[in-house]
Design a protein around this ligand. Structure first.
Ligand code: IMP
Ligand code: MG
Length: 179
């Protein structure tokens, strides 16, 4: 795909290599017991499918839809569950898989919500982390890459639902970046 507004930040090979490393690390950290990988739709589904296949142990996968009411590049701060989980988390080790931690509003809300469901433990795996943007405290236990405060698309990340299916993670420049 050729688009003059896109600048490659993390090429596909680097993403895949890092996900393999994370899969091995997470598998070592959870030597036994059930592990539930929770994918936050829609952005994290690309990461979840690759990360779950990089795991060296059995895992369950489930999906949760979260809307932060933002259509542009910033979150509105309001969070709503649009699709809930199918399986119970009671007594389970839970790994939330998210594409990016930005303001932290989404994951801060989600951690509180899922803690009420009595899991044994909850950790967060985020492919990307933009620490400069944090408004609410969030600790991602596993981070693929820390990135600067730039709006990125690709490998699941979108701008108005576009660009999710790019293999690389790219910075979106150009006129729309001002919106
Ligand atoms: P937070 O609640 O601000 O941490 O936002 C998390 C959500 O905002 C992510 O799951 C993404 O859907 C979206 N988001 C934040 N930064 C970016 C970005 O640079 N590109 C695309 N989506 C982003
Ligand atoms: Mg998202």
């Amino acid at each position: 795909m050729v688009d003059e507004k896109l600048r490659v930040l993390i090429p596909s090979e680097k993403i895949q290599a890092r996900i393999r490393e994370l899969g091995e690390q997470i598998s070592r950290d959870y030597p036994e017991g059930p592990l539930h990988m929770i994918c936050i739709l829609k952005g994290a589904c690309y990461c979840l499918t690759d990360l779950s296949r990089a795991m060296k142990r059995d895992v369950f996968v489930d999906f949760m839809g979260i809307s932060t009411y933002g259509k542009g590049k910033t979150t509105s701060g309001e969070v709503k569950v649009t699709k809930d989980l199918d399986i119970s988390l009671e007594g389970a080790n839970v790994l939330i898989v998210e594409d990016i931690v930005d303001s932290g509003v989404t994951l801060n809300y989600l951690m509180h919500l899922l803690e009420q469901r009595k899991p044994l433990s909850i950790r967060i795996a985020a492919l990307l982390d933009k620490p400069d943007r944090r408004l609410r405290p969030v600790h991602a236990n596993y981070v693929g890459f820390q990135i600067p405060d730039e709006f990125v698309v690709g490998y699941g990340l979108d701008y108005a639902e576009k660009y999710r299916n790019l293999d690389d993670i790219c910075v979106l420049d150009g006129p729309s970046a001002a919106k």
